[in-house]
Design a protein around this ligand. Sequence first.
Ligand code: UD1
Ligand code: UDP
Length: 375
Amino acid sequence: MRVLILFGTRPEAIKMAPVISVLRNTPGITPIVCFTGQHRAMALSVMEVFGITPDIDLNVMKPGQTLEGLTADLMMALQPVFEEQKPDMVLVQGDTTTAMVGALAAFYRHVPVGHVEAGLRTGDMGQPWPEEANRRIIGIMAKRHYTPTRLASENLRREGVSDSDIIETGNPVVDALLFMRNRLQTEAALREKMASVFDWINPVKKLVLVTGHRRESFGKGFEEICLAIREIADSTDADVVYPVHLNPNVREPVKRILGSASNVRLLEPLAYDEFIYLMDKSDLILTDSGGIQEEAPSFGTPVLIMRETSERREAIDAGVARLVGANAERIVEETRKLLLDEAAYSAMSRVHNPFGDGTASLKIAEDILKNASAS
Ligand code: UD1
Ligand code: UDP
């Protein structure tokens, strides 16, 4: 069975890496790994850490790419891949343009789609934008829906997806995280390398880790986020570390507003092993990232989500993450509370990951095999 695995961005690479690794070791399945190149440096760095060499690299990224241009380029680039590779199934992950166009291209060729991380919904088409639409479009076309949680499965049932097509596997982000954490715990040389990369971490100061990149926040929302972080840096003695996404719409306000703060360290995007190490060393995370909301609960590191809504309610319901919006006042208030009030901090600092147990990739492979033998 020829399974075409499509991915294009950093989070897709992280979440597909364990799936690729399991499928490569599953007799009866021939994985064809296709990197669309929607991201370049950020996804290549993940592939290097996980030792993935794609069979196909479509190299579509353009600096400052538009959604229209990217969508059109991806569709045209995928056509010969389907013609030449003749896959029996296509796997896409999440809600990016790569995943949405990949599912549509497969549908046009009558190739069944497996959707990894299926069923996430905010119920608001504007947030996250355009991802809420992308994941719904993929949901309409997918044949097998690999959901991370019960809530995600319920979302799909409500939309009329048949129970027999929903497979609750957990999210392979947890498989990737456990793999990397195990390496960091067992490989002394890697630990030493990390300690040297992060030799600036001051153990007596609180460390706040920040990331941000959502399109719906660009402009005013993103300025608010940066102004809030500036105020936190100026009004507390915490250290702030911010690996800055390569999107130019993110880098301009971040550098302008935060570049001159002495206790804010702006970094280039980190390699995955470095980022996992840094999450573990952080006291608090401020982010709008989906993947980081799923990873932080494994470290007991509280997360303030700088968005108005989240499709990852499980972490909020578990009390380990909280929505603070892209609103400067709220971000500053909630951050200061967690930095200064020990009781408030410990109430949110619990190790509990509702998004998976590290076996998602195995369950996805099992389902693919089962369906191959049934058809
Ligand atoms: C994309 C996804 C988003 C995901 C995010 C993960 C869509 C619509 N958006 O958003 O769902 O959460 O990735 O980070 O699919 N760039 C580089 N090098 C890189 C990566 C990006 O230079 O390695 C710059 C380029 O100028 C590029 C821009 O970032 O044009 C935007 O990349 P794009 O993939 O279009 O959007 P993201 O905001 O990264
Ligand atoms: N990440 C990373 N280096 C960084 C920042 C994040 O490896 O400098 C990882 C992080 O561990 C998570 C993923 O990238 O797994 C999140 O990616 P991003 O925030 O870009 O996308 P999202 O998850 O919001 O789609």
